[in-house]
Design a protein around this ligand. Structure first.
Ligand code: SF4
Length: 398
């Protein structure tokens, strides 16, 4: 069933089915862990309430909050995040059609299966026609946002990408285009925006310079990455940043830096997911990120940015069979079914055991539709702009 946008009645938030399910899922998770009781007692509850009120905390407060998370605190975060999600988006979950169009990459990020030095990676590129076929199929299935994602592949020059972007906009004028192409020059970003790209996702990965340098090879610049996010905002994109939870070397302080950065940047989208190792990278033996911590961070981000678009990622679904449902119940409101041709899916392996690599696009959408329905949500057919975005644009134009 495709649901129309509905306005959330705040009073029903604590008794409706998805909130109850949130409580159940979180309490199940609690039994599996031995958190110190009371670390998340009164002071942590007060911090969460302060965050809810002010949509921000200091770095020290984030460190205290993250250090004191227990089951009770995580449940409270999920409940408050759900109230905000519903206030702005009702029970609608937005879908983005993900088109992974190139697995070539010139970079060598230490955590990524597509890194240039991974000689075992299988490489492919989709032609313009293949990308348009994905869009056509997606449009018929009800997708109104296409996410063009790939490694940093010099084959796709500005000229090629501008042409692809313009053609998608011409053929599918009711759709938004999101680009996720890594780092590009300001000129390139401006040309793509001019061609019709609406949104740009660039995970900053970590807002801590030392940590960034641990995750990336020499030659990649922390400052450049962060600057691009500000540039994209200036150029009028709806922007998305994001980070991995549990990446090697990540401390609580690093996560607090991420939260302060998100609070300052105020992106329209925030994509976070657990770190999952890839067997052909230097981090092959590192442990994966923690599910509960990822869910708590989704809730915290919803409290910082109540209107943000927050995906419940494939990586969450990879580390837990109900990961995407839990992500939504923790505060997320976007899912990204794969529209890439089935023949190439297994070649786009950012991390090991990635799910949804064998199904057709229709199956993927159907599966996610069922999953969202089971937690009381519905897939919306719309571009899925952030709540208030049109108002924001209008205000800028005045
Ligand atoms: S994370 Fe992105 S830029 Fe880095 S190696 Fe992987 S695909 Fe390339």
């Amino acid at each position: 069933m495709i649901k129309e946008a509905s306005f959330f009645d705040q009073k029903s938030s604590l008794t409706d089915t998805s909130s109850l399910r949130a409580k159940r899922l979180f309490s199940l998770a609690d039994h599996q862990k031995h958190h110190k009781r009371n670390q998340g007692g009164r002071p942590i509850k007060e911090l969460i309430e302060k965050l809810e009120r002010n949509h921000g905390l200091s770095k020290e407060e984030y460190i205290r909050l993250l250090s004191g998370l227990d089951g009770e605190a995580r449940t409270l975060l999920a409940e408050k995040a759900t109230v905000l999600r519903k206030r702005h988006y009702g029970n609608d979950i937005y879908i983005r059609g993900l088109i992974e169009f190139t697995s070539f990459c010139k970079n060598d990020c230490l955590y990524c299966g597509l890194r240039a030095s991974n000689k075992n990676a299988q490489r492919y590129r989709l032609s313009k026609e293949e990308i348009l076929d994905c869009c056509q199929q997606g449009h018929e299935l009800g997708f109104r946002t296409f996410v063009l994602q790939g490694g940093e592949d010099p084959h796709y020059t500005d000229e090629i990408l501008v042409d692809i972007t313009k053609t998608i906009k011409k053929d599918f004028p009711d759709c938004a285009i999101t680009l996720s192409l890594g780092e590009r020059s300001r000129e390139s970003l401006a040309a793509l925006r001019e061609a019709g790209a609406d949104r740009y996702l660039l995970r900053h990965e970590t807002a801590n310079k030392k940590h960034y340098e641990l995750l990336h090879p020499k030659g990649m610049s922390f400052e450049k990455r962060m600057q691009q996010l500000w540039d994209m905002k200036e150029l009028g994109y709806q922007i998305g940043c994001g980070f991995m939870v549990g990446s090697p070397g990540q401390s609580t302080e690093c996560l607090a830096d991420d939260l302060v950065f998100v609070q300052r940047l105020k992106p329209h989208m925030v994509g976070i997911g657990p770190f999952i190792p890839h067997k052909d990278t230097p981090f092959r033996a590192e442990p994966q990120g923690d599910l509960d911590l990822t869910l708590a961070l989704l809730g915290i981000i919803r409290l910082i940015l109540p209107q943000a678009l927050i995906p419940s990622t494939t990586a969450l679904g990879t580390i837990d069979p109900w990961g995407r449902e839990k992500g939504v119940l923790a505060g997320a409101n976007v899912v990204m079914p794969n529209l890439s041709p089935v023949g190439v899916r297994k070649k786009y392996m950012l991390y090991d055991n990635k799910i949804c690599t064998g199904e057709e696009a229709a199956e993927c959408k159907h599966c996610l539709h069922g999953r969202m329905q089971r937690i009381g949500c519905g897939i919306a057919v719309s571009r899925g702009d952030p709540a208030g975005y049109r108002l924001e644009e209008a205000a800028l134009a005045d």
